[in-house]
Every structure is written in structure tokens, then in C-alpha cells.
Write a protein that binds this ligand. Sequence first.
Ligand code: NAD
Length: 490
Amino acid sequence: MVAKTVPVDPFDLVVFGGTGDLAARKLLPGLFHRFQSGQLPEGAKIIGAARGEMDTKGFQAHTRKAIETFVAKADRPKADVDAFVAIVDYARVDAMSNAGWSDLAKLLKGREDRVRAFYLSVAPRFFGPICDQIGAAGLVTPLTRLVVEKPLGRDLESARALNKQLSDAFDESQLYRIDHYLGKETVQNLMALRFANALFEPLWNSHHIDHVQITAAESVPVGTRGGYYDQNGAMRDMVQNHLMQLLCLTAMEPPAKFDSDAVRDEKLKVLKALTPITGTDVDRDVVRGQYAEGPDGPSYLTEAGDPTSKTECFVAMKIGIDNWRWAGTPFYIRTGKRLRTRVSEIVIRFKDAPHSIFDAQVGGLKGNELVIRLQPDEGIQLRLNIKDPGPGGMRIASAPLDMSFAEDLGRDIRMPDAYERLLMDVVRGDQTLFMRGDEVEAAWAWIDPIMEACDHGAAAPQTYAAGSDGPSDSLMLMHRDGRRWREIGA
Ligand code: NAD
């Protein structure tokens, strides 16, 4: 089976921060793959723009190195790399001065009829100045789009200020706030599963679902980025954006259409229906943690470089949604560094069958589980109770009905990275998988009081063993409700 690609319109993409880490690891390799698959139209131009002294040849060599480093050898025949680097260009610009902007304008001159995307792969303090410079250099055309990355603020106030900066220069319809979790195949499959099948939606509510678990676990520590990470922590880095977005897609009402505003309106309604967690509720419903020193490395506090730090690198929370669909069905979320293994998944735990016709000795009937795995192996699994095969009478066992996408599509098909899909959506002008400004603010409005309580000593970080499933209080968060987390990496 051959992966399908839908051609996009001619475009120019300017990557501010084109010499940075994100560009090297994700953006340039992603564009290379799209180029290889024939999706980039003739004459598409990719321009790296950054402060570093470099010419086009230098940036082409930089691009080649990024591809050689971050794309598997078998996937990058030299002829493909040669052809791709030939379409990249470079402009040396300084976000904080006028230097270089006329050079960038020259590269874009006469190309006003095509889609023009600016990707701000730079620190957020440069967003405002770059928007101003783009405007002052006369580079905004009717087909211009602006792409920004997290962090989109560190609280409601800063998020509002950032939204204002962006909306002063661009219309909301031109703004693409990337959350790469939304570019994952499985996340879109969650929507297909829910809204393209008649099977699940009638069951998708508190009458049939006992609870939902959302996990985004990493096995890596904060490492050398500890000092930087310590200024933010897991709540800001993961919960406010990625986990909230996954929760919204799981919990939202069916939109009338699969279009960007219809989907984003429904996600916004979920954010507005979240039960506030304030004051003493924070100690009850929020668990924060920091990993201890382990055989493979130092503790979080050592890596953060501050032995008194109260920043969390693990969060678990119990969240309620105050609406008809979800009243009484909690969502448990957790994320952390240095956990047992790297896995991101959504688990829908259905209620137990109301009555068992089987004797107790045939084995316990477990509630059905729908597991939507985002990484490492994207796929969906439905756990059903079946008869344990073979002789020995009626015994019940829990067995998975597995839908692994890699297998389904043929093993030799490479799953496109989330950035690849999202970059092409920008060119197509499809904002469905991007966050709208009001969503970002609503998520901060809910998180802010929790962070405030934490700053005043609530849910003080607990130490957890490196390579474990997190602090013991995280397990208690479930146990006290008679539930348990799915083991990380099960
Ligand atoms: P980086 O430090 O590796 O690169 C920064 C880039 O900005 C460089 O190309 C540099 O030349 C350019 N730059 C710095 N000052 C400039 C100026 N005055 N004018 C013009 N260009 C200037 O950063 P990064 O890791 O690539 O991250 C970029 C942004 O993306 C950050 O906001 C980061 O939080 C976000 N982000 C990064 C990742 C990642 O995986 N690296 C993931 C998610 C979000």
C-alpha cells in the first residue's frame, strides 16, 4: 500500500530560528519527507531566517547535516537530499533590529500570489518584535500565515499579552498555534473512531464510562536542560497544552462539521466546563513529584541546579467535567520525566457489566478498556472479555482486539511525524488541529489557581524513584476511588 499525499498549493515557508534545535530535529526533516513524497509543489521555497552569520550555501550544508542526523539512513538517498537542499535559502535577520529584513524581502519579492508561511521557531520574547518587523517590511500578504510554538504564555496574563501581540499583527484566521500532539495519527483517529462509527458514541458518556486516564510519560530526565526546565515544570510544559488538548478531544461533543471553528468551539466548551480546583482541593486532587537519584543518574533537584526547587517534573490530577455527558466520570491525567518508560496514551475504562451470569470461579470480568496509544507505537486496542480458549469449561479472560496502524498500513510504511502533517495543514489553510487563542486562555484560566495554590505550598512535590510509575500519592489518587492506573508501558 502506498501512502497517499494530497498536493498543496505553491508556497514559501520562512522558518525564523531556522538554525535552531527544533528546526534541525523536526521542521527540516519533516519538510524533507514531504518533499520526498512529492507533496511540495514545483517552486516551493524554504527560507531559514536567523541571527547567525551564514549564507545560502552554509544553510544548505546545515540542512543536509540536520537530515543526516535526524533521518534514518535508509530513508535519505543522497539524490533526494541533494534535490531538497537545493530548494532551501537563507536570510540573516535580527529580530531585535532592522538588520537583514530587506534581504528577506528581496527573497520573497514577486511571490505574493502564493501561500506565505512564517514559522516562529524562536523564543517567545521574539514573537512580538518579529511580527512587527514582518509588518514593517511589508511582508504580510492576504495568503500569509503565522505559526507559533509553545510556550504560549506562562499564566493567563502573559498568554493574553501574547495573544494581543499576535492579533495586533494578524487576524485569528492567519494564526496557527502548534500543539504537535494534535498532529499525531492516533489523535485524529480518536475523532474518526468517535464520529465516523455508530458503535462508540452512544456509549461515550458517564452512563457507560467509569473513568478516563490520560498518560504522557517520559523515561528521560530533564538532563542538561534542568535549569531551563525548572522555570516552568510539568504543569506548564505538558498539562496546560498537550494533556488539556487530549482531554478536550476525548470529552468534546460531536461538532456539527469537521471544520476548524466547529471543532475548536467544542473543545473550548470542555475547557469552560472543567471543575475548578482551588484552595484545599489542590492537595486532594493534584499530586506533584520530583524524581530521586537513581543508578542511571542524578536527582531532579541536582539536574535543576537548585536543591530547594519546588518545581514539579511529575503531575497527576483528578479532573471533573461539569456537564451532562461527564458528570460523575472523572478524568485522571498524569505526566512526568524519568518514569518507567516512554508512553502517551488515553485509556477509556468502561463500566463493569451490570450483572455476571458466570460463576465466580470462571475468573473476574473486567470492565472493557479502549486504549488509544499516541506513542511509541501508534494504535488502538480494545480489551474485551472472551472465553479463555481450550478445554476446561467456561473461563473468562481479558484479550486485546488490536489495531496497530503500522501493521495495518503495511510494515514498510513510515508513519509521518506530527510536524509534517501540521506544516502541510498550514499551507492548506486548515486550522482544525491548531489551538485558537481563546482555547489557550481558557486552559490557563483553569490552571492558574492551581499553580497559585502550589506556589503557596499546596501539593508539595513528592520524591519518586527514577524508573517508577511516579510518587505513591499518584497511585493513591486512584486507589481511594477504588480504581488503578494502567501500568505505564503495559
Ligand atoms: P534554539 O535556541 O535551538 O534556536 C533559536 C533560534 O533562534 C536560532 O536559530 C537563533 O539563531 C534564532 N535567534 C535567536 N535570537 C535571534 C534574533 N535576535 N533574531 C533572529 N533569530 C534569532 O531554540 P529551539 O529549541 O529551536 O526552540 C525554538 C522555540 O521553539 C522555543 O520557543 C522553544 O520553546 C520552542 N520549542 C522547541 C522544541 C524543541 O524540540 N527544541 C519543542 C517545542 C517548542
